[in-house]
Design a protein around this ligand. Structure first.
Ligand code: F6R
Length: 254
């Protein structure tokens, strides 16, 4: 599937949800994968076809040690990529507080805030080349909650494109845990490009294992994985998945 089609489908899932429930709780990912979805949401808001005025949102993760106004802090990134371009109330968009002195308390408060909001309705996800979702790196407990994690060298390298130099990519992050993510009512993972093909194959067709944290999606009752052709290229059953998608009844939605 083409990248723009993937973004349109994910935006449709958000739009359908918000039409049904204007105060829906959205789960937002950062990084490159959801950017097309944010473009779509922004253009649907601009044309008046969608309003996120009453929606609330939670970020997946945040770097530790970056001041909130730092351009690479995920709270800033989401501000630029989505919040400023739609009509959501900026105060209704929360992320884990990676600048707080007591990081353990920041994590507990974040879990509490998600629970208080009634949980996340639709969670957008990307996947790391090492199989992470949010910043749950290989070895993350499948039962994990929001906590501090150490980034792998590979993830720091992958994310260095957003920073002036590799040395400036923080080593630590606060991230929703795999169990936290698993409580969202609908998971929508987007992946594009050949660099993601091995991680996607391990997540979808490998064993459920902390070795590939994204494989935890196999346990979720409503997980949608949207892939372009290169990202899908190492799936053994790709032609069967295509057949399922093409024959999907329209009433079913994503
Ligand atoms: C970011 C996040 C990460 C990214 C992943 C893929 O909030 O949760 O899991 O989704 O690192 O990043 P991109 O999309 O930049 O390839």
């Amino acid at each position: 599937m083409q990248g723009s089609r993937l973004a349109g489908l994910a935006a449709d899932a958000v739009e359908t949800l918000v039409q049904r429930r204007p105060d829906a709780v959205l789960g937002l990912a950062t990084g490159s994968s959801p950017l097309g979805v944010y473009d779509e949401l922004a253009s649907r808001c601009a044309t008046g076809n969608l309003s996120l005025r009453r929606a609330r949102a939670f970020l997946l993760d945040e770097y530790v040690g970056l001041p909130p106004e730092h351009p690479c802090a995920y709270r800033q990134v989401i501000e630029q990529e989505l919040v400023r371009r739609v009509d959501i109330d900026p105060a209704a968009v929360l992320g884990p507080h990676g600048g707080r002195e007591d990081l353990g308390a920041a994590c507990q408060d974040y879990e509490h805030a998600i629970r208080e909001a009634g949980g996340i309705d639709v969670q957008l996800l990307g996947i790391g080349t090492d199989g992470h979702i949010a910043f749950n790196e290989p070895g993350s407990s499948l039962g994990s909650r929001t906590r501090i994690k150490t980034l792998t060298a590979r993830t720091r390298q992958d994310n260095s494109r957003f920073f002036p130099s590799l040395g400036q990519v923080p080593r630590h992050v606060l991230t929703q845990g795999l169990a936290t993510i698993g409580e969202a009512r609908h998971l929508v993972l987007l992946a594009t490009g050949l660099a993601k093909a091995d991680a996607v194959a391990a997540a979808v067709e490998g064993p459920v294992s902390a070795r590939c944290p994204a494989s935890v999606l196999q346990l979720h009752p409503h997980a949608t994985i949207l892939l372009d052709e290169p990202a899908a290229s190492r799936l053994e059953l790709a032609s069967y998945y295509r057949e399922c998608f093409e024959g999907k009844p329209s009433w079913q939605g994503l």
